[in-house]
Design a protein around this ligand. Structure first.
Ligand code: ADP
Ligand code: MG
Length: 293
């Protein structure tokens, strides 16, 4: 009689916007006790906006927007899209970049109008033996303390600006976290972004545990470490950076609004990208399992 019960479960799931890959997935929902939530694009909308441009002495804001915007135009990252959109709006038509490279978890680099341009974390600048001048480092620290993400812009071997970007927490995230807690699950925020931003977002949605500044390739290792501590882990993510962690988790929930890589790696897809569906999916799967037994 089990196939019928499963079909009912998955049919109801489809109505709620939850796609379940196979019956074996249901079993994992029973034991999960921890839910790891990716920040950008999962807990937040992932649609970032450029809020401020801080320039070093002697650097023109127009040049920063044109060069950084041209480079980020080739990026699929929410930060890159925000920078490119704002630059196109304020600086007009953008030049074409050459030799574009995305450095996962760090930023982007390439050549624009003959200049070698970098946009990203301090760590990316350090790889090119550059550091932020004191005034820019201060602007960056202030932005981060306010819960914003600040990235540096450099060209021709010199750090010249800091861009402040931020995205909004999804309207449904706090309620989703509350529903996950009501199911007895401990939520945890995982991100490549800095500690201050991660803490601000976590506080806004009611999460106490934060693991920040995690490189994309290390997200799966974080999940593994939690499992080694005896926790049974559900992971919710949207990005290509989340795919390995979704596969490593005992239960991988991919947002349907996310990348194909994440959807392929997940056990469940939350079609509408609404985080509350993560709690609904676990509750529904547990109930379906009870019906079968
Ligand atoms: P998350 O885990 O929050 O989705 P990522 O691992 O994608 O974050 O990125 C981590 C950090 O790397 C970002 O917060 C940013 O500082 C930097 N970064 C990544 N991509 C870009 C980009 N296209 N432009 C500028 N900075 C970037
Ligand atoms: Mg993400």
């Amino acid at each position: 009689a089990t196939p019928t019960a499963l079909m009912v479960g998955t049919g109801r799931g489809a109505q709620l916007g939850i796609l379940i890959k196979g019956p074996e997935v249901l079993e994992s929902t029973r034991k999960v006790d921890t839910v790891v939530l990716d920040k950008t694009g999962t807990v937040t909308t992932g649609r970032m906006a450029l809020l401020a441009v801080h320039t070093a002495d002697g650097t023109e804001e127009g040049d920063v927007l044109r060069l950084a915007g041209a480079l980020e135009h080739a990026s699929e990252h929410p930060i890159g899209q925000a920078v490119a959109a704002a630059a196109a709006e304020r600086a007009g038509a953008l030049p074409v970049s050459e030799d574009f490279a995305n450095v996962p978890g760090l930023g982007v680099q390439g050549v624009v109008e003959g200049h070698a341009v970098l946009v990203g974390r301090d760590k990316l600048l350090e790889e090119w033996a550059m550091t932020l001048p004191a005034a820019l480092a201060r602007a960056k620290a202030e932005a981060e303390a306010a819960g914003r993400t600040a990235v540096a812009v450099a060209w021709d071997g010199e750090a010249r600006a800091v861009l402040e970007v931020a995205d909004a927490v999804k309207a449904t995230s706090a309620e989703a976290v509350a529903r996950l807690r009501a199911l007895g699950l401990t939520p945890l925020l995982l991100t490549g972004d800095n500690q201050a931003v991660a803490r601000a977002v976590a506080a806004e949605v009611g999460i106490d545990e934060v693991i920040a500044e995690v490189m994309p390739e290390d997200k799966a290792a974080v999940v593994k470490r939690l499992q080694d501590q005896g926790r049974s882990v559900a992971m919710v993510g949207d990005g290509v950076n989340d795919a390995a962690a979704l596969a490593q988790a005992d239960l991988g929930l991919a947002l349907g609004t996310g990348t194909d890589a994440a959807i392929e790696a997940g056990d469940l897809t939350l079609v509408r990208g609404d985080l509350r569906a993560a709690a609904d999916a676990i509750r529904l799967a547990r109930r379906t399992l009870t019906t079968i037994k």
